[in-house]
Design a binder for this molecule. Structure first.
Ligand code: GTP
Ligand code: OAA
Ligand code: MN
Length: 610
């Protein structure tokens, strides 16, 4: 392995747009290790963006889409299509601090592996330096990062997902050069004369986090949450560790603004696991007369206490990285209009014969011929999905026609209700209001969902996904539960009410008991009215569920009988559920707070099951 001598790295750094020693020494140390041919600082200006686009078009990585505004298509390596949880590590000094749900390795051991992997890993390539901020630079506590990467595709995607460029570099300098170090390499060095491939990556993958040093190192993948390090790696795993220290919450939640026909406003946050409906709910078009919903965020919420004791949420992201399949004019017209506004990068969707994109669920009619995400001819008879189930649209959030004005407010909006929910065919009712904060934390901590294509692995298996954060908690899950309970004990706190929802319950014949999508506005109305103190509820062992007639199904093709089934709490299902919860808590070790374990017994008693 040739290593650049010091002189040549200095040459690459000549003309760097900063003289900040912390920034320079970080960039220098990564360049020395990875030996790129060039270093390019991302400015955020259009000329640079065009140039990168053109390079990627020439390399075959991006295809321009003549039917779309300023948008591109990319197809990844078929082995690089989703987050790889089994290759994701939390490298805290103590193993107990990573906890039983994260892969752990001692920092030194991991650094030695990474040292070998990153040595010369950018050879023949350009190292891009992306200064960015999650949230806004003018927030009370701005959260900066610098991602270095050897993927121009990652640069273009990061520029959609976060505020990046010269302005952010200046802001980092002004704030004393504090930033989260994000190091990314696709791990595909190029020898002189070696021909590149369309989607370079490495079969060895490591997505690693050093929460105590606030650093992220990612190797081998160019896709989504593995590579756009501002998203899951920073804004959830590292930020959750910071939030624990500082007394706030970094969560996998959408943020929604609801306005009633009377003009009253409430803000709601909701945590559903990956590919379980956050983007859809964040962009909901209410079917109820006079109700208005506006979008603030579709994936991540940071919530800090305001001086008035309320939890204020901001969306740290600047873009949408939405699941394409199932997004269509009938299910999510808002997302379709956002996409129409242009500036998109689509990955692993299908292509129509006239050069547009398509995915399952986009249109009512399926085209008779397509090129599938693997580049093969495809017809409806092919028997395989045309778009990969985790194919994504990457779209500027400012395209969203329903974006609330408060999105630009650096310190966020006060949250009145938190919804937890997952994808469950049975057991979990359409909606329940939990009894109090501790009971709400209990329900969130036992959140369960059938697995989806958003992560590699088997699809459709029920797994516990606490607060929809299972793959994203940057520390021990038991300590994370304790942190949630402590948030509830914060002096002067005016806490949101916590609800549990399930859009995915099925009837005996396998059909959905609840129409979902825009009709979820009816559940949101009930939640709004519970917070306002106007909706009727009945007390159940799980908290409060809508009293008969209080959930508005007027004009909906749902019978009272179906609604009863959707809301039912069946003791035989719960006997099984409680056993599974208990087993799961036990598997998490001794950090699980006793208060939560006590909730299992309380619930068992209320349900009258053994
Ligand atoms: N049956 C039903 N399906 C839904 C509903 N809402 C969303 N979906 C489907 O769930 C899938 C994922 O929805 P998204 O809104 O993209 O999920 P997400 O939680 O934002 O996913 P990530 O971006 O991976 O975090 C899509 O295929 C949707 O069509 C609903 O209310 N009912
Ligand atoms: O991180 C990703 O790749 C996409 C995402 O939002 C999720 O999986 O929740
Ligand atoms: Mn997500």
């Amino acid at each position: 392995m040739t290593v650049l001598d010091r002189g040549s790295v200095e040459d690459l750094l000549a003309g760097a747009p900063t003289s900040n020693e912390k920034i320079l020494s970080f960039v220098r140390s990564i360049a020395e290790r990875t030996t790129p041919d060039r270093i390019e600082w991302i400015t955020g200006d259009n000329e640079q963006k065009r140039e990168l686009q053109n390079q990627l078009i020439e390399a075959g990585t991006l295809k321009p889409l003549p039917k779309q505004k300023d948008s591109f298509y990319a197809a990844s390596d078929p082995d690089d299509v989703a987050r790889v949880e089994e290759r994701t590590y939390i490298c805290s000094r103590e193993e107990a601090d990573a906890g039983p749900l994260n892969n752990w390795m001692a920092p030194d051991e991991m650094k030695s592996i990474l040292g070998d992997l990153f040595a010369g890993s950018m050879k023949g390539r350009t190292m891009y330096v992306i200064p960015f901020v999650m949230g806004r630079a003018d927030a009370d506590q701005p959260m900066f990062g610098i991602e270095v990467t050897d993927s121009a595709y990652v640069v273009l995607s990061m520029q959609i997902m976060a505020r990046c460029g010269t302005a952010e570099l200046k802001a980092i300098e002004e704030h004393g050069g504090e930033f989260v170090e994000c190091v990314h390499s696709i791990g595909a060095p190029l020898e002189p004369g070696q021909e590149d491939v369309v989607w370079p990556c490495n079969t060895t993958k490591y997505i690693t986090h050093f929460p105590e040093e606030r650093a992220i190192w990612s190797f081998g993948s160019g896709y989504g949450g593995n590579a756009l390090l501002g998203k899951k790696c920073y804004s959830l795993r590292i930020a959750s560790a910071i939030a624990r220290e500082e007394g706030w919450l970094a969560e996998h939640m959408l943020i929604l603004k609801l306005t009633s026909p009377e003009g009253e406003v409430k803000y709601v946050a909701a945590a559903f696991p990956s590919a379980c409906g956050k983007t859809n709910l964040a962009m909901i078009e209410p079917t109820l007369e006079g109700w208005k919903a506006e979008t603030l965020g579709d994936d991540i919420a940071w919530m800090r206490f305001g001086e008035d004791g309320q939890l204020y949420a901001v969306n740290p992201e600047f873009g949408l990285f939405g699941v394409a399949p199932g997004t269509g004019y009938t299910t999510n017209p808002t997302a379709m209009r956002a996409i129409e506004a242009g500036g998109n990068v689509f990955t692993n969707v299908a292509l129509t014969d006239d050069g547009d994109v398509w995915w399952e669920g986009m249109t009512e009619e399926t085209p008779s011929h397509l090129t599938d995400w693997k580049g093969n001819d495809w017809t409806p008879e092919s028997g395989t999905p045309a778009a990969h189930p985790n194919s994504r649209f990457c779209t500027p959030i400012t395209n969203t026609p329903t974006l609330a004005d408060e999105y630009e407010n650096p310190n966020g909006v006060p949250i009145s209700a938190i919804l937890f929910g997952g994808r469950r065919k049975t057991t979990m009712p359409l909606v329940t209001e939990t009894k109090d904060w501790t009971h709400g934390v209990f329900m969130g901590s036992t959140l369960s969902s059938e697995t989806t294509a958003a992560a590699k692995g088997q699809v459709g298996v029920v797994r516990r996904d606490p607060m929809a954060m299972r793959p994203f908690i940057g520390y021990n899950v038991g300590d994370y539960f304790r942190h949630w309970l402590e948030i509830g004990r914060t002096e002067g706190a005016k806490l949101p009410k916590i609800f549990y929802v399930n859009w995915f319950r099925r009837d005996d014949d396998g059909s959905f008991l609840w129409p979902g999508f825009s009709e979820n506005s009816r559940v949101l109305k009930w939640v709004f009215e519970r917070v306002a103190g106007t909706a009727e509820a009945v007390e159940t062992p799980l908290g409060h569920t809508p009293a008969e007639g209080s959930l508005d199904i007027d004009g909906l093709d749902v019978t009272e009988e179906q609604l009863r089934k959707a809301l039912a709490i069946k003791p035989e299902e719960w006997a099984e559920e409680l056993a599974s919860i208990e087993e799961w808590y036990d598997s998490l070790g001794d950090h699980v707070p006793a208060e939560l374990k006590a909730e299992v017994d309380n619930l068992r008693q209320r349900l009258g099951v053994k």
